[in-house]
Design a protein. Structure first.
Length: 444
């Protein structure tokens, strides 16, 4: 009976994963978690002994991208019943600027496992693990055997450059001391030309409540492709659903000095040519730090819909995008800017959280939602100051954003935000299935 329930849960969970349904875009990164031709105990792996394994192929086909860890999956190869099973730690390692140098970011021990099965392990309760494209999948086997399923792909050294590479470090080089989070290890140059059955499932949106959705771009590392002095930027591709703004998210490159960042909600001035008024702003002084994602939570945020746009200004720093070295131009809400209307075809690592539960002042969605081509970003190099012809509009604009031209949830770009017509229901279903799946796995 347990096997039947487990199979049903696996099928449904796989469907949800493939469809990207539930709270965010669930995506898997890594290798296929399947049975393979051998395991990490293969006699061709020399010298034998406990070691750290880090999956880091040259072509990056198993590198994770940005997201929040939901599950780490592994397949344990079949083995005779009397085979000793070592302590097994599933891990995430961050690749540093030095070659073959990795820092342990997260790990969790796989308890009471058996051979010939797939296992899934989630972060500890209350622990949020943000994964970036700097990170690599890995594990440590603290024993002379390693039961993780493995394919040794290429034995011919002439074609080794095309093989999947998994680097390793023998624990004996560290007096058999296991790594701890924050410690670093230098792996051997001679990688194993093989592929282990490990992957991770990431939610490509920040943590949020069941009634909240993320809108914007993926918060990933991006190249610095330009410098825009004295510039405020608007992302014209991010379309808001009807709801209440609860947080801004953005990712910054490494900071060498404290810097000012401001994020804005813009509303187009009616019957104007590329004029926008700032209806809400949130600013922050960001101290020196490594590249990371920042969360600006908002209490009693404004109501938004598809009429508004997301924008930002940064001082002396690069966003993780093609834009940087921007100086502060945006003042208090109600200030109007004229933008040049010339799109830059780059996306910035910025987004927002919107609570889409019905609001007391919400209106009926329009049948003609606003649509925008992807990745159109406009800049402004000067401010025209507050409106003087019709000052009453300055105070009314924050309320205009709850009027017509409402974008429904399903019209948000699918590459960054899921369809959430029944988002809270799918969210609860996903949590129940994951919990049931893991419970049945433990029952065997």
């Amino acid at each position: 009976m347990n096997r039947v329930l487990l199979g049903v849960c696996s099928a449904v969970f796989a469907f949800l994963l493939k469809a990207g349904i539930a709270e965010g875009e669930l995506k898997s990164y890594g290798n296929d978690v399947i049975g393979r031709s051998t395991s990490g105990s293969d006699k061709r792996i020399s010298p034998p002994g406990p070691r750290i394994w880090i999956d880091d192929p040259l072509n990056g086909d198993s590198w994770p991208q940005w997201g929040y860890l939901q599950l780490f999956r592994v397949y344990i190869a079949p083995a005779p019943s009397n085979t000793p099973l070592p302590a097994l730690y599933l891990q995430l390692w961050s690749n540093t600027s030095m070659i073959n140098n990795y820092t342990l970011k997260w790990q969790r021990r796989l308890e009471n496992y058996r051979t010939g099965r797939e296992y899934q392990i989630a972060p500890e309760s209350g622990v949020v693990v943000e994964v970036s494209n700097y990170d690599r999948l890995g594990f440590t086997c603290d024993g002379d055997t390693c039961p993780v399923a493995l394919d040794i792909e290429i034995d011919d050294s002439a074609t080794a450059s095309k093989a999947h590479r998994t680097y390793f470090r023998l624990l004996s080089r560290d007096n058999n001391v296991l790594p701890v989070v924050g410690s670093y290890r230098l792996t051997d140059n001679n990688a194993l030309r093989g592929r282990f059955s490990i992957d991770v499932i990431l939610d490509n949106a920040p943590p949020r409540k069941s009634t909240e959705v993320y809108v914007g771009n993926e918060l990933i590392r991006r190249p610095k492709v330009g410098v825009f002095m004295n510039t405020t930027l608007i992302d014209d591709s991010t379309v808001f659903p009807t709801g209440r703004l609860t947080a801004f998210y953005f990712r910054l490159n490494q900071l060498i000095a404290p810097s000012f960042v401001q994020v804005n909600i813009w509303f187009p001035v009616p019957e104007s040519n590329n004029q926008y008024v700032s209806v809400y702003s949130r600013s922050e002084i960001i101290g020196s730090n490594q590249e990371k994602t920042y969360n600006l939570s908002i209490t009693d945020g404004p109501l938004v819909n598809s009429s508004v746009r997301l924008g930002w200004t940064a001082e002396r720093i690069f966003f993780s995008s093609g834009f940087g070295s921007c100086r502060l131009l945006v003042g208090n809400s109600g200030q109007v800017h004229t933008f040049d209307g010339l799109p830059y075809s780059y996306a910035a690592s910025i987004g927002a959280i919107v609570d889409v539960q019905p609001q007391p002042t919400s209106t009926t969605p329009s049948a003609n939602p606003v649509t925008s081509p992807p990745y159109r970003t406009f800049s402004s190099s000067s401010s025209s100051g507050p409106l003087s012809s019709k000052p009453d509009r300055v105070t009314s604009w924050p309320y205009l954003v709850t009027s017509s031209s409402v974008q429904t949830q399903s019209n948000i770009r699918s590459s960054t935000t899921p369809s959430t017509g029944n988002g809270s229901s799918y969210s609860r279903l996903r949590r129940i299935l994951i919990a049931l799946f893991i419970f049945l796995k433990l029952l065997g």
